[in-house]
Design a protein around this ligand. Structure first.
Ligand code: BG6
Length: 484
């Protein structure tokens, strides 16, 4: 890690994202020695009138269970500056705070990281203010980097507009578009799994794979975020970003090397190979009770559930459906990738009814990978049954603490590694895939069917998966092993 003076500015410091994710992630980095007192200075910025201690108190409330001594030491690194998001005054104050700290630290360096935990509507003005008042001075060594969070626009045009506004102010290598799914342990493992294992190389294609599902389920609804959610819906909230990023890593070709640009080149290519989505390969749902939220209009058609089939027009994947499915208020909380293989040709055991081979990567909770196999049922009979090869992280890596996604990604930003961030052309390609569908939904041409909260979602979604080839295994459930 580079040494020298580092300032991390969290804009929107009194908001939800900052309290729940950004500050706790910074704390964990501090606890592990990545942010050293004397070298790092953290500044919260927001419109609220707050003292340093006022902000510290709010952050402390989200660090329950951590060592009191560490927390107090960490909180001492934090200062608060209040100001608006579009006036020079506040940002001049902010710059003074940063510069004073840099002057007092005689390393001669100035590394400035701005984390925008803000609604995107203020990105252009905030970025302009940073560019005008707060850049790392050229008289010192260092850099200025900006982290932005989704939603990056609502559709292709608005995303492109936002990109060009930011592009006029910052170079691409200064902009870090965060997608926290790229910071999850098993998402980061995907390239290793696919390209470092001889076992998977010959299987990962249309000759052997029947269908692939990438599924996100939550067992709670919009929980007070209805106002935000209703403007976006599940496709913009989860599928266009989190699930599509996972899709890229599952479907892309092998990159030339592990250089971030090589990896991102391959992601863009596979996105550009996705065919237009067909209306008949989409199921939308909205859970009953969603509109009870007073911030949601009574006639809202916003989907809280969607299942969408993507088809990749290339040599590897022609004909293989990728089912991207996400829903709120369902019967469980999990995210997983399920690669279902084709039937065994000339099956002498007649075991088809028991189910196909599947390779499942459970992103959360209880990270795991397991491979569903047909085996001989132990005993005197010659009978077959489904079993699994199981790599459950909780069992295999008992003493390893799996880092939080945000923790890793903030560290990557400090290190200047953009591999796990979304490049501008990648974002554009992602919006190109979903924009026609989103416009149809916004225009009311596609309707969300209602489903019961706490259910599997609309039955039409199961029917769609079956129609495109997914065969659900009956009578077999993988139970995550627990430590005795
Ligand atoms: C966020 C979405 O990006 O991801 C939320 O806006 C969602 O709606 C969350 O709940 C899920 O993240 P995780 O890491 O809990 O799966």
């Amino acid at each position: 890690l580079e040494q020298g003076c580092l300032t991390i500015v969290v804009l929107g410091a009194s908001g939800d994202l900052a309290k729940k994710k950004t500050f706790p992630a910074l704390y964990h980095l501090f606890e592990q020695g990545f942010l050293q007192s004397g070298e790092v200075h953290i500044v919260g910025y927001a419109r609220t009138n707050l003292s340093d201690d006022g902000l510290r108190g709010r952050i402390r409330a989200y660090l329950k269970g951590a060592s009191e001594e560490h927390v107090s030491e960490f909180l001492q690194l934090i200062k608060y500056v209040g100001g608006s998001y579009d006036s020079g005054e506040g940002f001049e104050k902010l710059n003074k705070e940063i510069s004073d700290y840099e002057m007092s630290n005689n390393s001669g360096s100035s590394r400035r990281l701005f984390y925008l935990a803000l609604p995107p509507s203020v990105y252009p003005s905030v970025c302009k203010m940073i560019r005008t008042y707060c850049m790392s001075p050229t008289s010192r060594t260092g850099w200025t980097r900006v982290i932005v969070e989704k939603p990056f626009g609502r559709d292709l045009d608005s995303a492109e507009e936002l990109s060009s506004q930011l592009g006029e102010l910052f170079q691409e290598d200064q902009l870090y578009r965060i997608d926290h799914y790229l910071g999850k342990e098993l998402v980061q493992n995907l390239l290793v799994l696919r390209f470092a294992n001889r076992l998977f190389l010959p299987l990962w294609n249309r000759d052997n794979v029947d269908n692939i599902q990438i599924v996100f389920r939550e067992d709670f609804g919009t929980d007070g975020r209805g106002g935000y959610f209703d403007q976006y819906g599940i496709i913009r909230d989860i599928i266009q970003n989190h699930l599509l990023q996972v899709f890229c890593l599952v479907a892309m070709e092998k990159p030339v090397s592990l250089k971030p640009e090589h990896i991102r080149d391959e992601k863009v290519k596979v996105l550009q190979s996705v065919n237009p989505i067909k209306d008949e390969e989409v199921v939308l749902g909205q859970y009953q009770g969603y509109k009870d939220d007073p911030t949601v209009p009574d006639d809202s058609n916003t989907p809280t559930f969607a299942s969408i089939v993507l088809r990749v027009h290339n040599e590897r994947w022609e004909g293989v459906p990728f089912i991207l499915k996400a829903g709120k208020a369902l019967n469980s909380r999990k995210a997983e990738i399920r690669v279902q293989f084709k039937d065994v040709p000339g099956d002498i055991f007649k075991c088809k009814k028991q189910g196909r081979n599947e390779f499942v990567i459970r992103l959360q909770p209880s990270e795991a990978m397991y491979m569903k196999l047909t085996v001989k049922k132990p005993g005197l009979e010659m009978a077959t049954e489904q079993s699994e090869l199981d790599l459950s992280y909780g069992m295999r890596y008992q003493d390893v603490k799996i880092p939080e996604a945000y923790e890793r990604l903030i560290l990557d930003t400090i290190r200047g590694d953009q591999q796990h961030f979304v490049r501008r052309d990648e974002l554009k390609a992602a919006w190109q895939i979903f924009t026609p569908l989103l416009h149809n939904i916004d225009a009311g041409k596609l309707k969300a069917v209602s489903y019961k909260p706490g259910s599997r979602g609309p039955k039409e979604a199961d029917e769609l998966s079956e129609k495109v080839g997914y065969m659900q295994t009956h009578g077999y459930i993988w139970i995550p092993p627990t430590l005795a």
